[in-house]
Design a protein around this ligand. Structure first.
Ligand code: 5CA
Length: 436
């Protein structure tokens, strides 16, 4: 992308309405713009980050055997009347009426809809177990939308649903999903810890929240650093092996981790002091096992092996995709701006032309830009070097490629790493190879 013709409106001043650092930086770096309370437009650079996060989620869900699909945002109220949640959900639900006076709603979650879809198409025990997911916008009319995309009203969620024939199967699905989540968060460079949680409006018996530490988190959390030492993405655990999943789940539930509401001081005192991690936490994911709550309420059964009806055991599993953009910034920034991890950065590198209009600089920048096939940000504006450096730091590209007249004469550029600030001078032809 050429910055001179990009919708990348950076701000020098700190917007007054933003209370936390990620919200301030998202506005200043031109990632989003608010269009109404808790409702945001995603500008090109912000959308790139959102898509990169969704892609990591997608790859890990696919690897765990979860099938991708896409359900609509608008749902029929009748489905929610079947489960009883149309009344129960309360004022967080955005209710809509169409021209035929039919009651609709903007989906806050999809348990009813997916149960209906399975009810229409799955008849036999032979077709289960199955897991599906989609990445779709949700709407919750939060009382107090705040902190930018962290607690929005319209937000992007990955939600998955599992259908099993019995408790043992449902337990496997739950554990498989938990492993998939730990891999997702590890790939995003986040230390997210699973903590036993309340089930709230989703309902059910078993639930874990995935929480990362950040000073602006909404609740106090406590955990054993042992969680941080496990390599979830490596080959230690396989999704396919029930024994591996059991060992994995054992590790996740025997080490100490709790939110304020579930904190047990006596158990915490037994964790060696050097391994205690304590602070404010942001919830980036939440998983639920709720058995036959929806399959019974909505009368969805399959014919079992013995010819008798079986109500499938279900679970649902959410990741806050748009919230993760904010959470990642909370975890990765400094006084100058954002420090994107390589896995989600909008661009791997920015090319800074320190003397726009100088024939040698312009030519060398074009040569480097061509190496990236458009997938770098070329700062080709007629601006002072200081402005370009400040904007590149604010936007947080993992690499900065600095082209000035002295180096350009020799075909050389300065390569700077955003985190740590290490610099080296290299031949322009070697840039892409060096970054990869
Ligand atoms: N149906 C279940 C699982 S699919 C469900 O809706 N779970 S949830 O309510 O816990 O939401 C899942 C995730 O969405 C949360 O962990 C959080 O990361 C994200 N989320 C929830 N509410 C908001 C919000 N108002 N703004 C941004 N993200 C949100």
């Amino acid at each position: 992308m050429r910055l001179s013709r990009s919708l990348l409106p950076t701000l020098k001043e700190t917007p007054a309405e933003a209370q936390i650092v990620s919200h301030r930086l998202m506005l200043r770096a031109g990632l989003v713009r608010q269009s109404a309370a808790g409702i945001y437009a995603w500008l090109p650079a912000g959308l790139r980050v959102l898509r990169n996060i969704a892609q990591v989620v997608r790859e890990e869900q696919d690897a765990a055997g979860v099938q991708e699909m896409l359900m609509p945002t608008i749902q029929s109220a009748d489905l929610w009347r079947e489960s009883g949640r149309y009344e129960d959900y309360g004022r967080e639900m955005l209710r809509i009426r169409d021209r035929h006076e039919r009651d609709l709603l903007y989906g806050p979650t999809n348990e009813e809809m997916i149960t209906d879809i399975f009810r229409q198409s799955v008849r036999s025990y032979r077709q289960l177990p199955q897991m599906v997911y989609h990445i779709q916008w949700k709407f919750r009319d939060e009382v107090r939308p705040r902190f930018g995309v962290m607690r929005g009203r319209e937000f992007l969620m990955k939600d998955a649903y599992s259908f099993d024939l019995d408790y043992a199967g449902a337990e496997l699905s739950y554990r498989r999903m938990m492993l998939s989540y730990m891999r997702i968060f590890q790939r995003l460079g986040l230390k997210a810890i699973p903590m036993l949680a309340d089930t709230g409006p989703i309902g059910g018996e078993l639930s874990h929240e995935f929480i990362i530490l950040a000073p602006t988190g909404e609740s106090q959390v406590f955990y054993d650093a042992a969680f941080e030492e496990i390599d979830y993405a490596g080959s230690a655990f396989s999704h396919q092996s029930p024994a591996d999943l059991q060992r994995f789940f054992g590790l996740m539930t025997t080490q100490y981790a709790a939110t304020e509401e579930k904190h047990d001081v006596a158990a915490w005192d037994k964790v060696p002091p050097e391994r205690r991690r304590e602070g404010r936490g942001i919830e980036v994911g939440h998983i639920f096992y709720f058995g036959t709550k929806y399959s019974r309420a909505m009368n969805f059964s399959v014919v079992g092996a013995d010819g008798q009806p079986v109500y499938p055991e279900m679970g649902s599993y959410g990741v806050g995709v748009s919230r993760l953009v904010g959470a990642l910034i909370e975890a990765n920034h400094d006084a100058q701006g954002i420090c994107w991890p390589d896995s989600v950065a909008p661009f791997p590198a920015a090319i800074l032309n320190l003397k726009q209009g100088d024939a040698a600089c312009d030519a060398l920048c074009e040569q480097v830009y061509a190496q990236f096939a458009g997938e770098a940000l070329y700062d080709d504006r007629e601006e002072r070097a200081g402005v370009k450096f400040a904007d590149a730091d604010l936007l947080g590209h993992p690499w900065q490629i600095v082209v000035g007249p002295r180096g350009a004469a020799l075909g050389r550029v300065e390569l700077k790493r955003r985190v740590g600030g290490a610099r080296e001078e290299i031949d322009a032809a070697d840039v892409l190879g060096r970054i990869r």
